[in-house]
Design a protein around this ligand. Sequence first.
Ligand code: MTE
Length: 319
Amino acid sequence: MKIVKKNKWNISENLVTPEACFYNRRKFLSSSMIAITSTGFSLKGFPTLARANNFSLSFKNNGKYEVERDITPEEINGKYNNFFEFGSHKQIWKKASKLKLRPWQIIIDGMVENKITIDVDNLIKLMPLEERIYRHRCVEAWSMVVPWVGFEINHLIKLAKPIGKPKFIQFESFLDPSIASGQKQFWYPWPYTESLTYTEAKNELSFMVVGAYGKSLVAQHGGPLRLAVPWKYGFKSIKSIARITFSDKRSETFWESLQPKEYGFWANVNPDFPHPRWSQETERVLGTDKRVPTLIYNGYEEFVSKIYSRMAKNKQLFM
Ligand code: MTE
C-alpha cells in the first residue's frame, strides 16, 4: 500500500516478526462464555492472558467461523500494525497508545431514523457480543488470524433503523493531528474513511470489533471500535471509527482516492488478480516463516460469493 515515494509500506521481509511459538486456539476457547473484569481475566490452562484491562466485556464464543490455522500470538501482531495516522511503518504501537480510547463518541447518521451520538460503552451494552476467529489478509501479502470480539453490523443496522434505501454504509475514523502525527501529512486525505455496499454490510461476516484476545480493543488494532470484513484486503477494515453514515451515494474512500488502480473500492481477496506491483498468489503468515497460498475471498467464498454473483468478475472487484 504505497503512494508515490511518500510512505514505506513495503518493508522488506527481514524486518518482520521473528518466528514465535503458537498456542492452541482450542485452549483459548475452552470456555464458551468468558467474562472479563476490570482487573483482567484468566482462563484455565492459559494464565499468560491475565493482565490489566480497563474495560469489561462479556461475550460468547461463536465457533462457526473457526479457521484451520493457528491464532497469531497477540504479542506478534500487537507490534506489527498498519495505522497510518501514527506513521507509515509497522512499529506504531507505542505511538498509537497515546490515542485516548475513553470517552469515545460515535456518530450514527445519514439515512436513519435514529440519528445518534453514542458513547462506545453504551453502544457495547446494547450489542450482543461474540468472539469470532477471523483471518486477516493485508493487500501487502501478509496475513494473521485474530480472535476478535464484537457484533454483527446487522445489530447496529437494527439500532439505527434505516429509512429509504441506503446503498452504502460509510465509516470515518477520528481526526486529531495533535495525537496522531501522521495526520499532519497533508497529502493524505484525513480522516481515514472506508465504505461497504449495504449488501456487503448486511452479510453475516461483517463485524464491528470492540475487543481481541478476550480484552477490549487496544489502540494499535483500532480501539475502541473497528471493522472486520475478512474477505476483503485489510485496508477495508477501518480502525478507530468515530462516524457511521448510511447513504445512497458511494463516497471515495481514503486509499481509493490516493491510488484507485491499486487500492480500489471493492478490494476482494483473489490470488488470481495481482496487485499492479506484486503477486497476490501467496501470503506470509505473521509470526512464522511460512508462505501459504492465498484463497479466493480469503477463504470465505461460501459466505460472500453470492453478493457478487450478478457482477462481472473483472479486475475491479479484486483490487
Ligand atoms: N484504519 C485506519 N484508521 N488507519 C489505517 O492506516 N490500515 C488498514 C486497516 N485499517 C488502517 C486502518 C490496513 S492497511 C490494515 S492491513 C489493517 O488496518 C491492519 O490491522 P492491524 O494493524 O490490526 O493488523
